[in-house]
Design a protein around this ligand. Structure first.
Ligand code: SF4
Length: 254
């Protein structure tokens, strides 16, 4: 009896599958899952009672001296063991959530791009580009010439365009640095430009490490491009303890 009352209470908390998404096929899937008693993230979210301290982002477990729990009802009453105030803890929690979320989505996007490249190069014969009109539309939208060219040609150029990626870093509400790079080969990603405001100490190290985290795992190497033989540049690049330096040659016909 108690069990059936509990089940009724749980069911009354659940949102209707039709209110969970604006996508018809997703609604269909969710209705089917509900009929078959398959639990989804939507049901778990409906029945999950959030931790009141976590909901206010007043908890920190970024180091082994914690977890530190501040009181959301008296936010400035105490600080974490390291001295972090509620403002620091909330800002850090937010920054980490954004970075982790962005990294997860970037990885999906880059995986799709990998697949796209392999399809275009004929390395995965089981897939093909079916919606060529969409491909041409997307290519034209980023300035790629589409007239009198094969679909494969356009797709390859689009891949090269899409694999070029960069990040702008903000600090104190202002752009503090940016980084741009693209793929050199299947296992190497080249960083073309990185500029950061020197007043933010450590910004280059921060940009390089967070950008590297965003890249797909298949890249084994980051290429920092040439140092032009300039001593200061060589020194700065060597500070990152590179795996190796590669000599570069220029060939010309006699
Ligand atoms: S508040 Fe400071 S001491 Fe506490 S877990 Fe976070 S980083 Fe560690």
């Amino acid at each position: 009896m108690a069990e059936s009352k509990k089940t009724q209470n749980t069911e009354s908390k659940l949102s209707s599958p039709d209110s969970m998404s604006i996508c018809d096929s997703t609604k269909q899937m969710l209705n089917k899952a509900r009929e078959d008693n398959v639990e989804t993230a939507f049901e778990r979210a409906d029945t999950m009672k959030a931790c009141p301290i976590g909901a206010d982002s007043a908890c920190c477990k970024h180091c082994s001296m914690g977890p530190c729990r501040l009181n959301p009802k008296d936010p400035y009453g105490k600080v974490g063991v390291c001295g972090a105030t509620i403002d620091t803890i909330q800002a850090r929690n937010f920054g980490r959530m954004v970075s982790a979320g962005a990294a997860a989505h970037t990885d999906h996007g880059m995986s799709m791009l990998d697949l796209f490249r392999k399809v275009v190069k004929g390395e995965i014969p089981d897939y093909e580009i079916k919606d060529t009109a969409k491909l041409l539309e997307v290519a034209a939208s980023v300035g790629i010439q589409i007239e009198e060219r094969s679909i494969q040609d356009v797709a390859l150029e689009l891949y090269e365009e899409l694999v070029l990626c960069g990040v702008i870093y903000y600090a104190e509400g202002q752009p503090a640095g940016f980084i741009v790079g693209d793929e050199l080969n299947e296992e190497t990603f080249a960083l073309h430009f990185a500029k950061g405001k020197r007043e933010f100490r450590g910004i280059y190290e921060y940009m390089f490490s967070t950008f590297a985290e965003l890249l797909p795992r298949r890249y084994r190497l980051l290429n920092f491009e040439q140092d032009l033989g300039i001593e200061a540049l060589r020194k700065a690049k060597s500070a990152y303890n590179p795996d190796y330096l590669m000599e570069k040659y220029r060939l010309s016909l006699k």
